[in-house]
Ligand binder design. Sequence first.
Ligand code: UDX
Length: 431
Amino acid sequence: MKLSVIGCGYLGAVHAAAMASIGHEVVGIDVDERKIEALAAGKAPFFEPGLDELLAEGVASGRLRFSSDLADAAGAAVHFIAVGTPQTKDGDAADLRFVNAAVEGLLPHLAPGDIVAGKSTVPVGTAARLAEAVESVGAELVWNPEFLREGWAVEDTVSPDRIVVGGGARAADVLREVYHTAVATETPFIVTNYATAELVKVAANAFLATKISFINAMAEIAEVTGADVTQLADAIGHDNRIGRRFLGAGIGFGGGCLPKDIRAFSARAEELGRGESVSFLREVDAINLRRRERAVQLVVDGLGGSVHRKRVAVLGAAFKPHSDDIRDSPALDVATRLHGLGADVVVTDPAALENARRVHPQLDYAADRDEALRGADAVVVVTEWDEYRRQLSPEHAAGLAAGRVVVDGRNCLDADTWRAAGWTYLGMGRP
Ligand code: UDX
């Protein structure tokens, strides 16, 4: 099939490449010409495992091309809208400027019978509003939310857990053809109305954020009782109604989705007169932000009450491993707070260093882990990359650092091993 993908950020670039890899003829369109140039040369403009290969294959096959001109969408049977919906500058609501502009710009290039498939995360009610414009040119709108995780984006796109389509039966059948490989392996395919499809996405993200903040709330209780939240999570996680995933206590969630999505959901619920239904999400957000402060406090405590002029090695900058994304990164929040308290902060990260340097030029950076550790009075692990979690021995770290204080912001180190090697180990919600 011929497809167009409007918006070539994380979501759109991966979607375009993945659709070409399953046999479709795809044009990816974005207003950012530099991005388009990179993508057309088979290079992802961000770090995403497996994406470069997929792009290069797609471009070489002739099935994948990129353009900065919306007119190139003409001729495609399905047009995916994959532009961003960031948090508005002056509030919590989602900024729909890019979605509105993409749909409006596409209208003159649509033919009767075309399908416009929204993938962006939008406030419930958006699709119904956009449908009128799309129908005015004889095309049809569906909402088809995307659940991909950064770091696993290719895998999640090619083999999703489920496909959700809000819209009419004919359009749903066309999307079954688009996702033929997933349909062939009996991936659950849920056809529903617009509002449900839009809500599935925000509800899923709200649930995941709540799960993380729940365990972080338990960490706060553990901290005043001597309990160990990691053992608590293991124990409750064995109940398969609860499950162990997303019960990792630490400095909490960040990134381009969970924080802004729960805020936008609260704002939308308030607009709908149902603010109280999701008022707990404000608490989820507050717990999440408190954990960053807690990590900073542990560093201060570990260094005897002050970090002023102390060298602190911050291991991690990305909001999670396998990503170079620093949007709302808890890791960099911890680093900048320590810097604000007068610490000599040295940040390192295997993928996100360049992005971090651009956004936080006031911090010092080290090209690699060992350079960051050299002479450090304290070490704080804030992104659980393997090279900090698995490949760093306390003996090796002791050979480089000046002090023996390690704060484990992700509860990813083996506390006993570090303590046995002479370190003061401070975890999140652990005695
Ligand atoms: C998330 C959703 O998982 C995905 O389905 C949606 O499409 C987009 O938002 P992503 O932002 O890529 O994906 O990251 P995710 O893997 O969900 O992690 C989010 C944050 O939660 C990270 O900062 C991570 O470190 C943190 N986290 C995750 C925890 O603090 N504890 C956990 O147990 C799990």
